[in-house]
Design a protein around this ligand. Sequence first.
Ligand SMILES: Nc1nc2c(c(=O)[nH]1)N[C@@H](CN(C=O)c1ccc(C(=O)N[C@@H](CCC(=O)O)C(=O)O)cc1)CN2
Ligand SMILES: NCC(=O)N[C@@H]1O[C@H](COP(=O)([O-])[O-])[C@@H](O)[C@H]1O
Length: 298
Amino acid sequence: MEAQTMLSGFCPNPAIPSVQNAKKPFFAKPPSSHSSFVQSDNWVSHRAVLSISQRATKRMECTNNAVEAVDVASNEDLTSGIRLKKLAVFVSGGGSNFRSIHEASLRGSIHGDIVVLVTNKQGCGGALYAREKGIPVISFPKTKDEPDGLSTACLVATLRRFEVDFILLAGYLKLIPVELIRAYAKSIVNIHPSLLPAFGGKGYYGMKVHKAVIASGARFSGPTIHFVDEHYDTGRILAQSVVPVLPNDTAENLAARVLGEEHRLYVDVVAAICEERIIWRQDGVPLIRSKENPNEYS
Ligand SMILES: Nc1nc2c(c(=O)[nH]1)N[C@@H](CN(C=O)c1ccc(C(=O)N[C@@H](CCC(=O)O)C(=O)O)cc1)CN2
Ligand SMILES: NCC(=O)N[C@@H]1O[C@H](COP(=O)([O-])[O-])[C@@H](O)[C@H]1O
């Protein structure tokens, strides 16, 4: 049975609003040296951020609003103490970023599981890979090419039923509707193949981006990972990485160089998201806390 048909039972009545996650996170304030950092209510860790000397041996846990220090033998214990996250990936094309993240999940580099793939093109490479790996595939949105596509309300209800924590866009070429953005506030990220805000927005996707970069004479390019808001490529930037643009580059050469960096960067960023190492500065800029040195941010 096609996953779509099987999944349709997840959305008996699209009119029924999706159930919001009921979790109430424990608010933890970082040490005074980071007093400029606050954590939003969507991403706060369930553990207080301790000074580096304490952190090596202790983890703070909140149970029934009582905070207690729990002995931690090693970083693995810290990771194993963090809930395994459930991920939805959205693709429209070949899916190399999706595959890279899936492989990282399987080898344990990402503390998360891809539980569902969403696509607007059932025949794309990403959907074929998902079916080979037994990952359910959902069509979204409903179009003439994809008449079985879900409505936004039904997609939200289905993602809730899969208990999805975070949504990763990876070459998905349709605008994410505001209803889904509100349902997954600060929990949807996208990778774009240029150094935003340059060369982003409507019309900037795939090879079009690299052709524009080369035509501009820019000497550097690279991927950007950002949170998704209601417009294309205007959400808060979370991570970037720089590659050179060479004088004799074709769009294809540049695309390949940027894509290789995308695979590395996206795995690192998704690992940080799943390990609850994202922290929000008071001006709204998201930062990634270093795994090796928790007093360092990027
Ligand atoms: N609400 C948001 N939705 C999406 C975002 C986002 O930032 N906010 N990012 C895109 C991905 N993307 C760039 O990273 C992007 C994708 C597609 C387009 C675009 O111009 N699309 C064309 C249609 C293309 C097609 O259907 O083949 C269009 O809308 O005319 C720009 C940027 C994913 N969604
Ligand atoms: N604006 C969105 C956009 O252009 N996204 C780009 O589509 C490609 C998807 O490759 P993949 O399917 O092999 O991961 C990637 O280069 C990604 O940055």
